[in-house]
Write a new protein. Sequence first.
Length: 380
Amino acid sequence: MATEGSTSATRSRYPLAARSAKPDGSRIQVGAVTLGGPEFVLIAGPCAVESEAQLAAAARMAAQAGARLLRGGAYKPRTSPYAFQGLGEPGLALLAAQGQALGMPVVTEVMSAEELPLVVRYADLLQVGARNMQNYPLLRALGKIGKPVLLKRGLSATVEEWLLAAEYILSEGNPDVVLCERGIRTFETATRNTLDLNALALVKRLTHLPVLVDPSHGTGRRELVVPLSAAALAAGADGIMVEVHPEPHKALSDGEQSLDEPALQGLTKTLAALAPAVGRHLGDAPPRLDTRGHLSVYRQRIDHLDAGLVRLLAERARIGLLLGQRKAAAGLPLRDPQREQEVLERIGSHEGGALDSGALRRIFQQIMQETLRAEEGGRP
Ligand code: PEP
Ligand code: MN
């Protein structure tokens, strides 16, 4: 097994994941962020999305610390069925909205193949949690989507099992798999898990896929997150994912391993000092539209926003369809001109920036017409 790197791709048990398939390593794009390149990518956010205010505060902390992706769980795999299980779809909507507001792609966990169609609408990077690393129907379903996947290592998974799990996704046609070492279960109980940096250094050699490290779950202790992040950077990780919370003592999950604002700032300072020594650099803050930048930065941002708009429009049409079905069941007419007028007036009173109120109204008139057309089509 440990000699994988020296065997030929044809003899490998995971020919698509093996380093020999792409000796220079894969670069995987999540929105405007590249994983597996020279940038050491910081992913930060709360363990779980708890409320709009908590998420907004955590996301602001993350963005200010230079995090490039925002994390947050809406579906939480909790050891106890009585523990907070996450907000579900409303949590996903909050996360996506916050990510868009800050120009940060979002990563969130999907726990089953059944939930995938929903989660994929909101996530830019789909996380498979440690407990689901060998959920083969889920892995196969993720192999058929057009978005990147973050595959965490199982609590007791060997390196080979982990790479074979990645192979499941790759073999279904999705080439965008990122690995994440998050600590394994050992005899040691002084820390929540044992962060296996052996595996990090080994897997970087065995596979071309980018490899991240999660020192929050890897240690379970806030005070160990900075030293283990530094170790991960030095040992060749392509980035880290850390949990942050504006008030860790009030967190509904994993408060003891979540960084508060000063600790997060300390983390960035340490990583920024260390990165050049190992030939890496930390990412820039998310592009600010009022600063001069390269054209592609603006284009990527616009592409990201367009994708978000399409997602929102699809969601609006879906809700409209449900509303139309309710109206039909109640024998009510589909169209309500007075309500349409009210909606347009409200839209026109919003601050549209470069778009004046007339432009906003025209855009929304069109959206409403198209939604009604869809509703009429969907009428039984
Ligand atoms: C998480 O990152 O939210 C998480 C639950 O981690 P893991 O699956 O590694 O326990
Ligand atoms: Mn957690």
